[in-house]
Write a protein that binds this ligand. Structure first.
Ligand SMILES: C[S@@+](CC[C@H](N)C(=O)[O-])C[C@H]1O[C@@H](n2cnc3c(N)ncnc32)[C@H](O)[C@@H]1O
Length: 204
């Protein structure tokens, strides 16, 4: 329906959407809350795989003091995100990047809603509008999460947080991956349907 209307509401803001991007989901608002609740004034926030730009724009709109960078490997998605940032007058630094490849900076927080659907999941075969690159996470859905977790430490200052959305059955493996990379203070949060969908960890 959002694709037919060409818009979707997220965090109280209206976002342009089309077949270049994932339609923002309500559970992803938890990522925005995690960032805006904890960030100190002026901190640098990185939104990886920004899609429509919903997370980056919502964060910047709620907390104009934060310096927000948003990336996507898809230039098509970045065009949509840039239009949404302009629409909401959100000053965001957009970078085309395969996860961290084009990023040299350190950040105070990294947030990502990466593709995490397993290749065998019937939902991928049934996609009519959404781009496969936004959802397909490899054989067990963890390819993108593993890539992000393994590279994030190098781009986080000590004490900074990594916030990841993941599938409802992926929390234990995401926690194990984060522990394996030396992250601490790992907390998993539940969405409104009580599914564990968001894990936050700190670099110590
Ligand atoms: C699940 S969508 C999330 C979009 C948006 N952040 C949201 O929450 O609605 C995942 C996004 O990651 C992007 N992506 C996929 N592979 C990527 C990669 N290797 N590097 C950067 N972004 C990637 C996709 O293009 C897509 O926009």
């Amino acid at each position: 329906m959002a694709y037919l209307i060409g818009e979707k509401e997220f965090f109280g803001l209206r976002f342009k959407v089309d077949n270049r991007v994932l339609v923002p989901r309500p559970e992803t608002e938890l990522l925005v809350e995690a960032i805006i609740d904890k960030a100190q004034p002026g901190e640098r926030v990185l939104d990886l795989g920004t899609g429509s730009g919903c997370i980056a724009v919502a964060v910047k709109t709620e907390r104009p003091d934060l310096r927000v960078t948003a990336t996507d490997v898809s230039t098509a998605a970045l065009a949509v995100a840039t239009a949404n940032a302009k629409r909401h007058k959100a000053d965001i630094d957009f970078v085309q990047s395969d996860w961290f490849d084009a990023l040299a900076k350190e950040f105070d927080a990294i947030v990502a809603n990466p593709p995490y659907v397993a290749d065998r999941d019937a939902a991928l075969g049934e996609l009519r509008f959404e781009p496969k690159i936004a959802l397909a996470g490899g054989q067990n859905g963890l390819d993108a999460i593993k890539a992000i977790v393994s590279q994030a430490r190098a781009h986080l200052r000590p004490g900074a947080q990594l916030c990841l959305e993941h599938g409802h059955d992926q929390a234990p493996i995401v926690v194990a991956l984060l522990r394996g990379q030396g992250f601490e203070r790992i907390v998993t949060k539940r969405d409104l349907a009580a599914h564990p969908r968001l894990t936050i960890a700190r670099k110590v």
